[in-house]
Write a protein that binds this ligand. Structure first.
Ligand SMILES: *[C@@H]1O[C@H](CO)[C@@H](O)[C@H](O)[C@H]1NC(C)=O
Ligand SMILES: *[C@@H]1O[C@H](CO)[C@@H](O)[C@H](O)[C@H]1NC(C)=O
Ligand SMILES: *[C@@H]1O[C@H](CO)[C@@H](O)[C@H](O)[C@H]1NC(C)=O
Ligand SMILES: *[C@@H]1O[C@H](CO)[C@@H](O)[C@H](O)[C@H]1NC(C)=O
Ligand SMILES: *[C@@H]1O[C@H](CO)[C@@H](O)[C@H](O)[C@H]1NC(C)=O
Ligand SMILES: *[C@@H]1O[C@H](CO)[C@@H](O)[C@H](O)[C@H]1NC(C)=O
Ligand SMILES: *[C@@H]1O[C@H](CO)[C@@H](O)[C@H](O)[C@H]1NC(C)=O
Ligand SMILES: *[C@@H]1O[C@H](CO)[C@@H](O)[C@H](O)[C@H]1NC(C)=O
Ligand SMILES: *[C@@H]1O[C@H](CO)[C@@H](O)[C@H](O)[C@H]1NC(C)=O
Ligand SMILES: *[C@@H]1O[C@H](CO)[C@@H](O)[C@H](O)[C@H]1NC(C)=O
Length: 877
């Protein structure tokens, strides 16, 4: 039978079974898939499952017990057409050996549009837990020229999604080896290349290696970042570059604890202990398009308030308002623009959420008002749970939560109590319960009356639990038949059999951070009416649609400084562009040299905050001395000069799903040299950032992709590259910031001590000509805080292009109360002074040419501020 769906190119066919060798177990070790990862794993169990037992073979991670070539766990019983796809009916033919095999699985293959395929495996006879995503855009659109073709082989059970144009197989699974039991689901796919990115959150490189066997455990956990341990978030998403430089992505929508295993074949195995398999395959064909496709599904990034792009200062244990003030002011006095001062949990009364220590933090409200009078901002921390042990009538967060019945319950239906920072016990609001939003909003209103915070930092929301004061029961949720790499699942969190509105904690655990972010976002938006800034430690796909993330409790080491770049690039591909690490490191004492280099790098995190731990030396720039002050000032000043550009990148992320900080290969997809670079990175398409990441050196061997690269500070053409490494020298207080020839960057000539002050300066369009004397770019501006301003048309968006002879900007939309006002143009890469400059046909004289850096500065605040499309014609004799 040959069946072809004309639109989707789904081919289903029977072929003669491929001749296999007599020995159904003779499979190269790189291609073996585990048939008995659960305990007990031994010859007897293995063989009872019809699998091959080779315990003495390579001890490199390859399984001892693996599927034979002729394994037939599920067989295809039928195939039916459905809109834009097919449903394949699978029936279990032999027991997997895991408890409670699902007998009938429906495999739904659905084309969503030309670039995206959804593949769902559901129980045909019963409903199972599915992730209650607060945002999931599964809109379908016309399929007229799909980038993919789908083939299903009835006999062998092979399902392949391939790239139509090249035949490259993207998703290549053997359905007969699917395991689909109640608490154990496993599927493997062959991969086409070893350029793999994603599968977070882990302390790892950005590019994942597949030359050996590796297990990635995904389950929200609060352990300090350590290799091979599940960290704060679960991102079952990867991006892969194919052999011919095209790219695809695969996202598994599943929130249960899981292992994802990569092996050298190369191949990948998803092994989750609940929910369903719900894959989204993105065909790109470029990496940035894959990210757009992913982010359009899970929600494009929220627009951040402009102030949040400033420099932030925090530490755990200032211990008092006085010390917070003192630290803030000494840095302001040193000329460091601190846009936002923060406090960690020490501001609270006995570490209870929504309280302020009346003794040590008396006067906090006055200090915050003083920050506001300077047009600066304030953010405070909030823990995931509230105190569970305050006397009735003394602590509304507990009383209200009991009254509203919004706390997470233990298995017997009583409020589950854990012990986090609170002195006695902690009760956890259930953010899967819609009623929790009102409760949460009320607490934030009460807090706003105590301290006029601008943003909220939510922590410990994996959720973390120091002590199991109510021991977890012994059942199959606490101790499932297979436990991914976390022992046990309930270690340092709440019990898996706790009851939540949205299901068992076992299923919704990894959603806590995301759903708390959504509630906090909605609460703060409701209270202030302007864009909320919400920073969360635990996250899940969709987080970027509401809030931001930082890399958590990293250590003050050179190694972690490098990791901060990998983490930043990774969260950008997850749709969370507002990301950064604690500058100079959180845990452990930093050093002057490390903090100096880290302050330079950290100024180029989209989210830029210096923060450190309680048992460490002070780490604000002034405390570390003049070298750190100089490095911070230099880098933060450059950042501020580039803020209109950074803000434009956030707009592109918000409206299109683009990344902000991005790997170089996103811009140079044909240059294989860039695929593994994670020691330098880009802001958008136009700025390359090259930090020093090693101690005791001023030199770095940095890769410059093909093109002209201008030093942004001096405007000099630094490197004309055909794609090569260059040794560059970067002084102690400096960092390499290069503008790419061909880009137009909105920015400033000078900087200011606050974003409000900056917004009053004349802005410039920095035009960097490429080797053919051309450049183009866009800029976006608005009031920096309104929520529906794009829908209301309250923004300016302008598209410009330039050559040696002509500069023109078209305004797609105009709004007058912008943060960014153009005062002039800086045209860089001009060999001689023009003899005339005409603005819309009228001669202007206010231009200056610098022989030294080949830059032409055209000033005319009055004409540019008209915010109308314009042409500048330049002529040279
Ligand atoms: C089902 O399993 C049996 C062994 O349990 C095997 O003989 C048979 O070939 C399998 N396949 C089908 C389609 O029944
Ligand atoms: C939903 O996804 C489609 C297709 O990717 C995209 O065009 C659209 O803008 C998305 N809608 C939202 C609200 O994100
Ligand atoms: C804070 O400083 C003020 C004025 O200098 C002083 O009166 C007060 O005692 C200090 N408070 C604390 C908790 O140190
Ligand atoms: C739930 O909490 C109640 C009250 O604290 C306790 O008596 C009960 O044993 C707990 N149940 C479980 C399963 O932990
Ligand atoms: C849970 O109960 C099983 C069966 O009684 C027992 O074998 C196991 O050791 C128990 N686990 C724990 C952690 O108590
Ligand atoms: C829980 O995890 C910690 C590490 O975070 C580990 O030291 C401890 O042994 C674990 N507890 C159990 C019961 O396994
Ligand atoms: C806040 O929520 C209340 C109650 O749902 C609603 O009436 C009010 O309009 C909201 N305010 C804003 C600014 O969203
Ligand atoms: C940091 O240094 C201080 C002063 O030398 C010391 O007291 C403290 O214990 C150190 N902290 C850590 C975490 O090493
Ligand atoms: C850059 O420096 C490295 C060692 O630091 C050296 O091996 C290499 O030759 C240098 N490259 C260039 C182009 O100077
Ligand atoms: C420049 O000329 C264009 C039409 O050529 C016109 O639309 C625009 O308003 C003029 N711009 C200014 C600033 O006068």
């Amino acid at each position: 039978m040959l069946f072809i769906s004309a639109i989707l190119f789904i081919t289903i066919f029977n072929v003669e079974s491929i001749e296999v060798s007599n020995n159904v177990c003779s499979i190269p070790s790189d291609f073996r898939f585990d048939c008995n990862p659960d305990d007990p794993s031994n010859k007897e169990t293995c063989e009872s499952r019809g699998c091959c037992w080779y315990p003495n073979k390579d001890d490199n991670g390859s399984p001892k017990c693996f599927f034979p070539t002729n394994y037939q766990g599920y067989v295809i019983k039928g195939i039916e057409n459905r809109k834009n796809g097919v449903t394949v009916r699978l029936t279990r033919n032999s027991s997997s050996g895991l408890p409670q095999d699902v007998s009938n699985v429906n495999l739904e293959v659905i084309g969503l549009d030309n670039e995206r395929v959804r593949i769902r495996f559901v129980d045909a006879d019963a409903s199972r837990f599915e992730v209650p995503m607060p945002f999931l855009n599964v809109s379908q659109s016309t399929i007229n020229s799909p980038l993919y073709s789908i083939k299903i082989n009835r006999d062998t059970g092979n399902l392949q999604v391939s790239r139509q144009s090249t035949g490259t197989s993207i998703f290549n699974v053997d359905l007969s080896k699917l395991i689909y039991a109640n608490q154990f689901i496993q599927l493997s796919s062959l991969l086409v290349n070893n350029f793999l990115y994603g599968l977070g959150e882990h302390k790892d490189t950005f590019r994942k290696t597949i030359d050996g066997w590796k297990r990635y455990t995904l389950f929200a956990g609060g352990t300090n970042p350590t290799e091979n341990i599940n960290l704060y978030a679960s991102y079952p998403f990867y991006l892969m570059i194919e052999p011919d430089n095209q790219a695809h992505g695969v996202f598994l929508l599943n929130s249960n604890a899981m292992d994802i295993i990569t092996q050298p074949a190369p191949a990948i195995t998803w092994r989750t202990i609940g929910g369903i398999l719900d894959f989204f395959i993105f065909l790109g064909p470029t990496a940035p398009q894959v990210i757009r496709q992913n982010v359009n599904l899970i929600g494009r990034p929220v627009m951040q308030p402009y102030w949040s792009l400033g420099f932030h200062l925090c530490r755990y244990d200032y211990k008092s308002t006085n010390k917070t003030r003192e630290t803030f002011f000494r840095n302001i006095q040193a000329g460091i623009p601190i846009e936002t001062q923060w406090n960690d949990i020490d501001y609270m009364d006995r570490y209870n959420d929504f309280t302020v220590d009346p003794v040590n933090f008396a006067g906090l409200s006055d200090f915050v008002n003083e920050l506001h009078s300077m047009r600066l901002h304030y953010v405070l921390i909030m823990d995931a749970g509230v105190s569970g042990s305050e006397p009735p009538g003394s602590y509304p967060p507990l009383d209200d939560g009991k009254k509203d019945d919004i706390f997470i319950k233990n298995k017997s239906g009583e409020i589950f109590l854990g012990r986090v920072w609170n002195f006695e016990t902690t009760a956890f609001p259930d953010f899967t319960n819609p009623a929790t939003l009102n409760y949460w909003t009320k607490q934030f209103i009460d807090l706003k009356n105590q301290v006029d915070y601008d943003g909220v930092w939510i922590d410990m929301n994996e959720p973390y639990n120091f002590h199991q004061i109510m021991p977890c029961p012994n059942n199959s949720y606490e101790y499932p038949p297979y436990t991914p790499g976390i022992q046990p699942l309930n270690n340092n969190t709440i019990c898996m059999s706790c009851k939540q509105h949205g299901g068992l904690h076992y299923d919704v655990h990894s959603l806590f951070g995301l759903l708390e972010t959504v509630a906090t976002y909605e609460a703060v938006k409701n209270i202030t009416g302007i864009r909320p800034f919400i920073l969360s430690r635990s996250t899940f796909p969709s987080q970027g649609h509401y809030g931001s993330h930082w890399s958590g409790d990293i250590r003050s080491t050179w190694d972690f400084m490098k990791y901060s770049i990998s983490n930043m690039l990774e969260f950008n591909i997850y749709g969370i562009p507002m990301i950064g690490s604690d500058i100079c490191g959180f845990a452990g004492n930093t050093t002057e040299q490390l903090c100096m280099r880290w302050s330079s790098l950290g100024a180029f995190y989209p989210f830029s905050r210096n923060h450190n731990d309680f048992d460490t030396i002070e780490q604000d720039p002034v405390a570390l001395g003049p070298k750190v002050v100089a490095a911070t000032k230099y880098a933060v000043n450059l950042r501020y000069r580039l803020l209109p550009y950074l803000y434009t990148l956030f707009h592109e992320a918000h409206t299109k799903g683009d990344t902000v900080a991005r790997p170089i290969f996103f811009e140079f997809p044909l240059d294989v040299n860039t695929y593994s670079i994670e020691t330098s990175f880009m802001w958008g398409s136009g700025i390359l950032i090259v930090p020093i990441l090693e101690p005791d050196t001023k030199t770095v061997n940095a890769y410059f992709p093909e093109g002209f690269w201008y030093d942004f500070e001096s405007l000099k053409l630094s490197v004309k590259s055909t794609g090569r490494y260059e040794n560059i020298t970067i002084d102690d207080d400096k960092i390499g910031v290069y503008a790419r020839g061909g880009s137009i960057i909105p920015g400033y000539l000078v900087t200011a001590m606050s974003i409000a002050d900056l917004s009053e300066l004349p802005g410039y369009l920095f035009i960097f000509l490429d080797s053919s004397g051309q450049a183009s770019g866009s800029w976006f501006s608005d009031d920096g805080q309104s929520i529906e301003n794009i829908q209301n048309g309250e923004y300016t968006y302008s598209h410009c292009k330039a050559s040696l002879n002509k500069i023109s900007c078209d305004y797609e939309n105009v709004f007058t109360a912008n943060n960014f006002k153009i005062g002039g143009i800086m045209l860089v890469g001009v060999d001689k002074k023009p003899t005339s400059v005409l603005f819309n046909g009228t001669q202007i004289d206010s231009y200056f040419y610098s022989d030294e850096n080949h830059a032409l500065k055209i000033d005319s605040t009055e004409v540019f501020e008209r915010l109308q499309s314009f042409n500048v014609d330049l002529s040279y004799n």
